[in-house]
Design a protein around this ligand. Structure first.
Ligand code: RFL
Ligand code: PHB
Length: 392
């Protein structure tokens, strides 16, 4: 057995694990990130695109925001539509703040590219990662690499290993201590090198179902449509996707729709999941390992950033100032924000999708609510302040 000692063993090299690894290393705290996949695989996952201030602040604190500042596209508004009407919400005017469109893949790349020069230790292609003794103050993480067994002894373990990783599964009550809502549909997403139809992100609730217009750059678009859980990607040719999208976005937005060959196409199910506790002894959960939100509202990556902001401060204060308040309050503080973001994601999901069991009454309520939002500054302000992200 090859044994190493460090302060914090971090499981998972997605955005949560990399942000935490960088913040701890910057503060002079030793850590090692252990990742199951290869660097190329991690970078090939197409996911989030809308960044709140809390994510921007992490990158700024690390001094890794030069590309983000140069290439990220600030968005001053967001659009809600119902297939006919287009409601433009002036997010900047109502809140004084903005979101920035910059792919999660780019954030991950920026963090990965700076890891070696900053001494952020990472192990990729680690198999059989397992957590031990985290009820004590001397936990450890074991894994195998190229068939060789390894062990990392540490003071804390940070479970940043996403929804399917081993950290939450190792927690007591992993099968019972959670609250979940599974939605009866998924999102079929397409990435294409065509100019976006809207500059602002547009969420549309058409009679035929939900559609979303988003972008990664001025020449790369990201679109989604709501599909049934039994749908298969193979059944959606590019042509069928573009036709359906155009109808659901409505005539005004789709008049600016430019189509082209897809470069990625996949279906993601929608669910909300919140685990009851983000700490047990020396083990902390952060990001998707502790909670999942449906993508409506773009909160997932941003919640990972707020978790990491709280967790890094707590761990730094523990090592540097010998203070335990931060680690003791971490779970409560992080979950407080998670619930509020989950509420907004649920609200927007409920408002903007067609539910198979929903009858005419539900549809009329959605239309009435959109009508109300269109005419109410108070309603638009509520949406805007949630969209830019609630304060930390
Ligand atoms: P990740 O990104 O899943 O990373 C977890 C890492 O842990 C590794 N891992 C393991 N490592 C070692 N041993 C094991 N046994 C392991 N098991 C797993 C994994 O390989 C992986 O590298 O979680 P993290 O870091 O917490 O980050 C969370 C975000 O990725 C996620 O919340 C967002 O992508 C959600 N999301 C969005 N969030 C936003 O803020 N804005 C958006 O616009 C947005 N759009 C989206 C999204 C997620 C989507 N999908 C497909 C889930 C759009 C989509 C379609
Ligand atoms: C995206 O650009 O991928 C995106 C935008 C807004 C969302 C979800 C995903 O709510």
């Amino acid at each position: 057995m090859n044994t190493t000692k460090t302060d914090v063993a971090i499981i998972g090299a997605g955005p949560s694990g990399l942000m935490l690894g960088h913040l701890l290393t910057q503060a002079g705290i030793n850590c090692i990130i252990v990742e199951r996949k290869s660097p190329d695989y991690v970078l090939s996952r197409i996911r989030a695109g809308v960044l709140e201030q809390c994510t921007l602040q992490v990158m700024e604190k690390l001094g890794l925001d030069s590309r983000l500042k140069a290439e990220g596209l600030p968005h001053d508004g967001v659009i809600l539509a119902d297939g006919e009407r287009v409601i433009e919400i002036d997010v900047k005017g109502l809140t004084g703040s903005q979101v920035v469109v910059y792919g999660q893949t780019e954030i991950t790349k920026d963090l990965m590219d700076a890891s070696d020069s900053r001494g952020v230790m990472r192990v990729y292609d680690a198999d059989d990662v397992a957590l031990h003794n985290f009820e004590t103050e001397a936990p450890c993480v074991t894994y195998t690499k190229n068939g060789e067994p390894h062990r990392i002894d540490c003071r804390f373990i940070a479970g940043c290993d996403g929804f399917h990783g081993p950290s939450r599964k190792a927690m007591p009550g992993s099968n019972t201590n959670y609250v979940e809502k599974v939605y009866p549909f998924g999102w079929l997403g397409v990435l294409a090198d065509v100019p976006p139809a809207t500059h602002e992100v547009a969420y549309s609730n058409h009679d035929r179902g939900f559609a979303l217009s988003s972008m990664r750059s001025l020449t790369r678009s990201r679109y989604y449509i709501q599909v049934g859980l039994d749908e298969k990607v193979e059944d959606w040719s590019d042509e069928r996707f573009w036709d359906e999208l155009a109808v659901r976005l409505g005539p005004e937005i789709s008049s600016k729709l430019v189509t082209g060959p897809s470069i990625e196409k996949s279906i993601a199910p929608l669910r909300s999941f919140i685990f009851g506790s983000m700490r047990h002894g020396s083990l902390f959960l952060a990001g998707d390992s502790a909670h999942i939100v449906p993508p409506t509202g773009a909160k997932g990556l941003n919640l990972a950033s707020s978790d990491i902001t709280y967790l890094s401060a707590a761990i730094i204060s523990y090592f540097k100032e010998k203070q335990s308040d931060g680690i003791n309050l971490y779970s409560e503080k992080a979950l407080n924000r998670v619930w509020k973001s989950s509420r907004f994601s649920w609200y927007l999901t409920t408002l903007m999708h067609r539910f198979p069991e929903g009858g005419e009454f539900d549809r009329k309520m959605q239309v009435a609510e959109l009508e109300y939002i269109a005419g109410s500054k108070a309603a638009q302000t509520t949406i805007a302040e949630n969209y830019i992200g609630l304060p930390l």
